[in-house]
Design a protein around this ligand. Structure first.
Ligand SMILES: [Fe+2]
Length: 274
């Protein structure tokens, strides 16, 4: 797989261009339509798909520019978010989602096969895509963090995505999130666990990556070691929350089906205000 991670000139997003060896390509969340079109043209690629991980405008906003340049490209998105994407374009005469995707579907970009994982929580119909050990995760997981649940999301649903989907993927899976929040996330984690060595080294790496203008990347295995949202069952972390944020944890217990969910929700709620 030929992969380019592109820093958008619109907002603080990153988006991806992938291609097989024959030049058949897909854009994932091409918010920066102009840059996306230039990249595809410059490499003489045949754009087969525009893939939207979820409906938020900072992920789908570049679709019209891309589709004007490459009208033959097929727009795909998760079943649960398709209507919200269509609502942004179809009433004005634009194109919405051509094909909806669900769990287990495979998007074929020439020789590349991308497996669809339903990863709801940030939005109801959020999808992620897996190719080998690469995970295109949209706004589900970030380096040191988790997607927010304030714009159509649900923290309990996101918890189940972390528990039932992300933690089942191989530890050497590298993920490509839609934003770089690594520094703020690491600082938040260190506010809970100031001595955590892995969070400290991620913070240093994130600062170097930011200076170099590139997206900080980690693996799911590494996230399991320090990202609090992946450690909802870690007793030491639970004790920190119980002693420092006992009231909040108790509130979240009332909404949760398990202690693990309460820990995850408590973290999400604290991070919202941090
Ligand atoms: Fe989003």
């Amino acid at each position: 797989m030929n992969l380019e991670i592109l820093k958008s000139n619109v907002g603080d997003n990153y988006f991806c261009l992938i291609a097989d060896d024959e030049g058949r390509a897909a854009l994932i969340d091409p918010i920066d339509g102009e840059q996306a079109v230039n990249r595809v043209r410059r490499q003489n690629l045949e754009l087969v798909y525009v893939i939207n991980t979820h409906f938020h405008p900072d992920h789908v906003g570049g679709n019209p520019t891309v589709l004007q340049a490459f009208p033959e490209a097929v727009v795909v998105a998760g079943e649960g978010d398709a209507e919200a994407i269509n609502a942004q374009f179809v009433p004005g005469g634009g194109r919405g989602v051509d094909e909806v995707l669900s769990q287990g579907d495979v998007v074929k970009v020439g020789e590349l096969e991308l497996k669809v994982l339903e990863t709801p929580g940030h939005t109801p119909g959020h999808i992620s895509l897996v190719h080998g050990h690469h995970l295109f995760s949209g706004d589900t997981i970030f380096v040191g963090g988790a997607g927010n649940c304030r714009f159509g999301g649900d923290a309990g649903v996101l918890f189940r995505t972390f528990r039932d989907v992300l933690r089942d993927l191989p530890p050497d899976t590298v993920f490509y999130p839609g934003h770089d929040y690594a520094i703020r996330n690491a600082e938040f984690l260190l506010s809970l666990e100031p001595e955590h060595p892995e969070a400290q080294s991620v913070l240093e790496e994130a600062k170097r990556a930011r200076q170099a203008g590139r997206l900080m990347k980690t693996t799911l295995g590494r996230e399991r070691a320090y990202n609090a949202f992946m450690r909802y069952d870690d007793e030491a972390l639970r004790e920190v929350l119980a002693s420092e944020h006992g009231e909040r944890l108790e509130e979240e217990r009332q909404r949760s089906q398990s202690e693990e969910e309460a820990v995850f929700r408590c973290l999400r709620s604290l991070r919202n205000e941090w």
